[in-house]
Design a protein around this ligand. Structure first.
Ligand SMILES: NC(=O)c1ccc[n+]([C@@H]2O[C@H](COP(=O)([O-])OP(=O)(O)OC[C@H]3O[C@@H](n4cnc5c(N)ncnc54)[C@H](O)[C@@H]3O)[C@@H](O)[C@H]2O)c1
Ligand SMILES: CC(C)[C@H](C(=O)O)[C@@H](O)C(=O)O
Ligand SMILES: [Mg+2]
Length: 360
């Protein structure tokens, strides 16, 4: 097959990790007979520096006619002083919205070989490890509601609004229930319905959608309790469905259970096959350009691209197996390193995974 992929390295460690993911995609392409055209475009702080806008039209145009988008990360202290709409983060929200990528799928899995990196007691995780997925609504909620900053009667004030309509809730709920059907038939809805009106609507709609999935068990948690339960007893979860802001926070929390945020991939999907694939972490300015970043989250995001945008499950499985085998062989970047393991940099980790792909 022939695929066009828009590649957006972005800022900080973005270029470091994307370079490795692109090599992995090329290697998988050679193995399985696919040809890739990579269109590298600007996004985030680097785009702002070069063009005056964080999300140039040429980037959007490329993404819109591609089969998939692979993104590194955006942002960093250099751009923290910019106005909201000029910030690198605004570009990320802008591209998600422009491509209507309302469903953000964030799996959190503990690799057998990384049990030592999990900060929870071994009896909490158990023999069979952990495998949960956060389904985060991505194009609505407080990230996109009306906002303002102004001075009233000499006092500076600001607001953001958590706004959802029933259609936005319904479609993300369907994604969650469908995902649960392929997994362990359990959905936990996370909201703040004891306080927020928007959460009461959210919960009502999720319960309505649940009626179409009688084979899936639905339960509800308030987000504060959910944050606590995630570290107390993460195995009670299978699929978590939640809004944009709560999902952002809970998925970072879930990542730590797996050992490192450098391990967690994501897929952002809309109604069709076009998706954007990015690690859940940010641009990690503290380690950018030092060959220290863990590229696995981005490489696993590329695996999700094969599954979700291309429908190529064998190719995705090959990448996941290669990652698993490299970890089993004891290679670790600094964020997941433990005694007795071999410390490697970003490039070597990418290279090792490419070699395994060839050998599998
Ligand atoms: N999707 C995105 O592009 C995205 C996501 C989150 C944050 N950000 C932006 O990134 C910038 C930095 O944000 P932050 O520091 O809050 O979060 P971050 O995720 O960039 O970093 C948090 C910590 O995790 C470490 N880390 C992150 N990814 C890693 C990797 N692959 N390997 C090893 N260690 C890794 C970092 O070194 C840092 O100590 C901010 O401008 C923020 O807005 C972007
Ligand atoms: C950088 C920021 C806009 C982004 C978000 O909050 O969605 C990030 O934290 C993420 O998780 O992808
Ligand atoms: Mg985040």
């Amino acid at each position: 097959m022939q695929y066009t992929v828009t590649v957006l390295p972005g800022d900080g460690i973005g270029p470091d990790i994307i370079r490795e993911a692109v090599q992995v995609v090329e290697r998988v392409g050679r193995k399985f007979g696919h040809h890739f055209t990579f269109e590298e475009r600007l996004i985030g702080g680097v785009a702002y520096d070069q063009t005056g806008e964080p999300l140039p039209q040429s980037t959007l145009n490329s993404a819109l006619h591609s089969d998939a988008v692979l993104l590194g990360a955006v942002g960093g202290p250099k751009w923290d002083g910019l106005k909201g709409e000029e910030r690198p983060e605004a570009a990320l929200l802008g591209i998600r919205k422009a491509l209507n990528l309302f469903a953000n799928i964030r799996p959190a899995k503990i690799y057998r070989s990384l049990r030592d990196a999990c900060p929870l007691r071994p009896d909490i995780i158990g023999e069979d490890g952990l495998d949960i997925v956060v389904i985060r609504e991505l194009t609505g909620g407080i990230y996109f509601g009306p906002r303002k900053r102004e001075i009233r009667d000499g006092v500076e004030m600001a607001y953001d609004t958590m706004l959802y309509n029933e259609n936005e809730i319904r479609r993300i709920a369907h994604v969650a229930f469908q995902s649960a059907r392929k997994r362990n038939h359990l959905v936990t809805n996370v909201d703040k319905a004891n306080v927020l009106e928007v959460s009461r609507l959210w919960r009502k709609v999720v319960m309505e959608v649940a009626k179409e999935y009688p084979d899936v068990t639905l339960n509800h948690l308030y987000v504060d309790n959910a944050a606590m339960q995630l570290v107390r007893d993460p195995k009670q979860f299978d699929v978590i469905v939640t809004g944009n802001c709560f999902g952002d926070i809970l998925s970072d929390e879930a990542s730590q259970i797996t050992g490192s945020i450098g391990m967690l991939p994501s897929a952002s999907m809309g109604e069709g096959a076009l998706g954007m694939f990015e690690p859940i972490h940010g641009s990690a300015p503290d380690i950018a350009g030092q060959d220290k970043a863990n590229p696995i989250a981005t490489i696993l995001s590329a695996a999700m691209m094969f599954t979700y945008s291309f429908g190529k499950l064998e190719e995705a499985a090959c990448i996941e197996k290669a990652v698993d085998e490299v970890l089993e062989a004891g290679y670790r970047t600094a964020d997941i390193w433990s005694e007795g393991c071999t410390l490697v940099g970003t490039r070597q980790m990418g290279q090792l995974i490419c070699e395994r792909i060839e050998a599998i």
